[in-house]
Design a protein around this ligand. Structure first.
Ligand code: PMP
Length: 440
């Protein structure tokens, strides 16, 4: 029996995300139907495979069809697929909340769940404002974000974002946050270190808050790597100073670790590298190992205490249907068990050294600028004026069995944590070949 034409049916019946659908119909942009996945590989219906070097939109940690995560979900499936979390609870969500509290040193002991990253960011924003309101300071109702930041694409999260491509069309709908300079390490002048750039950006933050702190509820940041803004990397010194400045001016610090959490930057959580804790920590993506939609906002005892009252309206009245889904929580617990049992961070450190060396031909390409690396994320900017570079490179990489999706002219790598040496070498070689072909 011939297999059905999934790509044709998909183009007819679906509206694909982040996509100009006409490019698919015109044949400019390939649409690939995936039949199954194994480890870092995705297989189409003809058996052709693609190396998933971006972890399927930054979610996958331990490969596709991971036997340990599969087993955990299957076991849970026969017990309880889902239950309302208002007035009811269940073992996976309790165990996961307890684990996350331990992993944040007992400082972020209250977990509020949702299903995707954007919802988690919206929750943190609402909670921050509501905390100040409960404390008699409702005028603290504005937010501060970094230049180049990305926190999602719902209206609330676009308003704390600064990526024109996603935001400009919807600008009339947004209550735009205030923006302070990014500590982007690429701004270093000759003789300046990344920490110097961070100190300069922190000074701008301090100046802004000195003037406006009365109206600002929170500063929201993507710790160490601003992802969708172009894999902008910065020194932990910025987070250390931002924590101090936020404390000084009574402004919450929200760490959006939706992309950078779970080992992506080399530590379990990125903010650990600055020796700080945020007031709100947003997690998603790798939380379930890339299996199921789940997100969570963790917060502190003092913030929780401001909601704890006889008055219902002082409570946090927010809900999503699938909040704390048991299957997703089991996938998260299995993911955290792999971190605990397998010395993942040490293995990644050794991998990162080897992969950085393998990427040197790319870093040294005559059109490569600002090759950079944090933990398990690598990025390089390509000096080209070709407006179609992104698409050209994407196609050339696919031709070479590699899934890489540049952000504008920035090529980045964010592979699952399971590449072997041969796969790493293949990825590095084919990326250079794809670059040469895309620029030819
Ligand atoms: N914050 C950051 C830092 C992200 O990278 C993303 C997703 N790329 C989000 C928030 C939004 O998450 P979601 O797509 O699950 O809504």
């Amino acid at each position: 029996m011939p297999h059905p034409d999934w790509t044709h049916r998909s183009r007819t019946a679906l509206w694909h995300p982040c996509t100009q659908m006409k490019q698919h119909d015109a044949g400019d942009l390939p649409l690939i139907a995936i039949a199954c996945g194994q480890g870092p590989w995705l297989y189409d219906f003809a058996g052709r495979r693609y190396l998933d070097a971006i972890s399927s939109w930054w979610v996958n940690l331990f490969g596709h069809a991971n036997p340990r995560i599969n087993a955990a979900i299957k076991e849970q499936l026969d017990r309880l697929e889902h239950v309302i979390l208002a007035g009811f609870t269940h073992a996976p969500v309790v165990e996961l909340s307890e684990r996350l509290a331990v992993l944040t040193g007992g400082t972020l002991g209250h977990c509020f769940y949702a299903s995707d990253g954007s919802s988690a960011v919206e929750i943190a924003l609402k909670m921050s404002f509501h905390t100040w309101r409960n404390q008699g300071q409702p005028e603290k109702n504005r937010f501060l974000c970094l230049a180049g930041s990305y926190h999602g694409e719902t209206l609330g999260t676009l308003s704390v974002g600064d990526v024109a491509l996603y935001k400009d069309a919807y600008a009339p709908l947004l209550r735009q946050a205030e923006t302070v300079p990014s500590p982007d390490a690429r701004q270093a002048q000759p003789g300046e270190s990344a920490a110097d750039v961070a100190r300069r950006a922190a000074m701008a933050l301090e100046n802004h808050l000195a003037e406006h702190h009365d109206s600002i509820a929170a500063l929201i940041v993507e710790p160490l790597v601003q992802g969708a803004g172009g894999m902008i990397m910065y020194d932990p010194e910025y987070l250390r100073l931002a924590r101090m400045i936020c404390d000084r001016y009574q402004v919450h610090l929200i760490c959006d670790e939706i992309m950078v959490g779970f080992g992506r930057t080399g530590t379990l959580f990125a903010h650990e590298q600055a020796g700080i804790r945020p007031d709100f920590l947003c997690l998603s993506k790798g939380l379930t190992g890339g299996y199921l939609p789940l997100s969570v906002v963790l917060t502190t005892d003092p913030i929780y205490a401001t909601f704890y009252d006889d008055a219902v309206i002082r409570g946090f009245l927010h809900s999503h249907s699938y909040t704390g889904n048991p299957l997703a929580c089991r996938a998260a617990l299995a993911t955290l068990a792999i971190f605990a049992e397998d010395a993942v961070l040490e293995r990644n450190r050794r991998f990162a050294e080897r992969f950085t060396a393998l990427l040197q031909p790319l870093a040294n390409h005559p059109q490569a600028r600002h090759f950079r690396h944090t933990g398990m994320i690598w990025a390089v900017d390509i000096a080209t004026a070709d407006p179609d570079f992104r698409l050209r490179f994407y196609r050339e990489a696919l031709t070479r069995d590699v899934l890489l999706r540049p952000l504008g002219t920035t090529i980045y790598f964010m592979p699952p944590y399971v590449l072997n040496d041969d796969e790493a070498a293949l990825l590095a070689e084919r990326a250079v070949a794809a670059l040469q072909a895309a620029l030819a």
